[in-house]
Design a binder for this molecule. Structure first.
Ligand SMILES: [Mn+2]
Length: 574
């Protein structure tokens, strides 16, 4: 079979290793799961009874003891010391979900302990990301003596120095990649700096561990620290960090709390998202419904209302705030769509480059990060989306596997004013005069790392799955993989050779629907190919044979349950 469109350059691989014969059926039996699921987990690297058992029930008892994190106890005791001296303490976060939940967690912890702490969330447009000297000076004037940072601070060398000069004790917690020089804080808690046993923690996960350590040493009755895991799950899922062992434990247990929705704000947020308060929510609902609404506050307005929503004990107030967030989110979607269309047109004229650097002075800072992600999805190359703000150019970038964005910016640091982030996402600011140089040098950086050819899109498949193996029971069992996210993706299967019976465009020609027949078993199923009307709508493949990468789903409509396929890629057409 020949790929119909060599330009898509899709490279597909089956997961390895193939399990030894006989092993799967014994293992599956002892775990009480189907051999098909057992094989899938085995091929995802869980090869023993213990591995799979942990994955299926990641209880909190599996968390490594706090003592294994060097420096954590010391940071906690510095805070306990400030508390015992009745010092005024502030916690400084960020305007995204991770940053807001981090502040909410610490504020909530202090409140439940009967203590006071001043929460600070920067305003995206007025203050920008991270610490700033002006606000630090005003905090000092207000008598703040201890500053805790969450989800930010690791690249704020000057600002931390200023805070220390003003006599503040600085407990810096962040999970962004540290530069070569660290700020002169009294303590730095960053999962990426020292011998931290949880390298993939989010900002709120980091704050959670610090509060757990503080909980152990504060006088009085200790709190049940598990009650904060709903906030940890929100921030961890929204920040798209890798769901490694620790994060799986935190998120899976946090989702149980989000389901109970005991926080009035969570309940109100579910309500405005059209989720019944008794309906269960998974990582998907957090990522697509709750997260964007919390984020909308900081994108277009003041993140303080999202913080208030998470903390208020008053359900009526929570409903009110949730409504406002919902409106902002609708507004965000409109703005995003406009910018997306403009960015897409611009990108189409630049596809001879290996990297996309898109700039328009009118674009809204609040959505450029989302637009960059969508450009990477569509054009599969590192991308920066930039806008003008207070006379400077500011931008948000996203990358693909194989090109470390943070590293890339490090080598261009001489023309940047500020930058920071991770391997796959980063932010920067630059003088407008240096924009052309940045465009040229960033592209060169990408060419040097990835080569001059467009990188092939890789799809990793969980194995071959024929239509006669697709049962509602097996599809239901796949839910045991939840929560899904980076490091634990939704399973994708390789189809057998299928016959396309018919093909229809739907939803304003945005999407495609196919009826497909598996000639070997005679089974016919319906499949959807979302958002590919553009690229496949003009090519009729009715009557031809195809091989697909697909994800199965159960669809219930008017009480009738049927199996549907979601096509991820058309791998080959004969
Ligand atoms: Mn974060």
């Amino acid at each position: 079979m020949n790929p119909i469109n060599p330009k898509t350059r899709i490279k597909w691989l089956l997961r390895e290793p193939e399990p030894p014969p006989g092993e799967i059926s014994d293992l599956a039996q002892s775990l009480d799961i189907s051999p098909a699921l057992c094989r899938l987990l085995y091929q995802r690297g869980m090869t023993t009874y213990e591995d799979i058992h942990f994955f299926l029930s990641p209880g909190l008892r599996y968390l490594k003891p706090l003592e294994e994190w060097d420096g954590l106890a010391r940071a906690a005791s510095l805070i306990a010391d400030s508390i015992s001296k009745n010092e005024k303490i502030a916690v400084w976060g960020d305007y995204d979900v991770d940053g807001i939940t981090s502040v909410a967690l610490i504020k909530d912890f202090f409140t439940r302990k009967g203590l006071d702490i001043l929460p600070i969330l920067p305003h995206r447009l007025e203050d920008g990301y991270g610490l700033n000297c002006q606000e630090i000076e005003s905090l000092a004037r207000e008598g703040v003596r201890t500053l805790i940072t969450v989800d930010c601070g690791i690249s704020n060398l000057q600002e931390v120095t200023r805070a220390v000069e003003l006599g503040m004790k600085v407990i810096l917690t962040d999970h962004h990649r540290p530069g070569e020089v660290l700020p002169q804080a009294d303590a730095i808690i960053n999962p990426k700096t020292c011998s931290c046993p949880h390298p993939e923690l989010s900002g709120v996960g980091t704050a959670f561990f610090l509060m757990a350590a503080l909980n152990n040493i504060l006088p009085g009755q200790a709190l049940d620290i598990r009650n904060f895991l709903d906030l940890v799950a929100l921030g961890t899922i929204a920040d798209l960090v890798e769901l490694d062992r620790t994060n799986r434990i935190l998120v899976k247990n946090g989702l149980l709390l989000l389901n109970k929705a005991e926080r009035p704000g969570i309940r109100a947020l579910k309500e405005v998202s059209g989720i019944h308060h008794k309906d269960s929510i998974g990582a998907g609902e957090v990522g697509f419904a709750l997260g964007p609404r919390l984020n909308a506050a900081g994108r277009l307005d003041d993140p303080a209302m999202a913080l208030e929503l998470l903390l208020t004990p008053d359900f009526e107030l929570a409903q009110n705030l949730a409504q406002r967030l919902n409106k902002l989110n609708d507004q965000r979607k409109k703005t995003e769509e406009q910018i997306l269309a403009q960015a897409r047109d611009m990108a189409l004229g630049m596809l001879h480059n290996r990297a996309l650097v898109l700039f328009d002075p009118q674009w809204h800072t609040g959505v450029i990060g989302i637009v960059a992600s969508r450009m990477v999805d569509e054009f599969h190359r590192p991308c920066f989306v930039l806008t003008r703000e207070n006379g400077l150019i500011k931008g948000s970038g996203r990358s693909i596997k194989g090109f470390d964005l943070y590293q890339g910016l490090c080598s261009l640091s001489h023309i940047l004013i500020k930058f920071g982030g991770h391997g796959l996402a980063a932010g920067l600011s630059i003088e407008e005069d240096n924009l052309d140089d940045f465009r040229r040098m960033f592209d060169l950086e990408v060419v040097n790392t990835l080569g001059p050819e467009k990188a092939a899109r890789e799809i990793l498949l969980d194995g071959r799955l024929n239509f006669n193996e697709l049962t509602p029971e097996f599809i239901a069992e796949l839910e045991l993989l939840q929560p899904l996210g980076p490091g634990n993706p939704r399973p994708v299967f390789l189809s057998p050779e299928l016959l396309v019976l018919d093909q229809t465009l739907f939803g304003n020609d945005k999407h495609l629907r196919f009826n497909l027949k598996d000639p070997a078993s005679g089974i016919c199923l319906r499949a959807q190919f979302w958002r590919r009307g553009d690229s496949w709508g003009q090519t009729s493949i009715t009557g031809r044979k195809v091989v697909l990468a697909y994800t199965p789903a159960v669809n219930t409509y008017r009480g009738v349950t049927s199996i549907r396929l979601n096509i991820r890629e058309i791998l080959a057409v004969e």
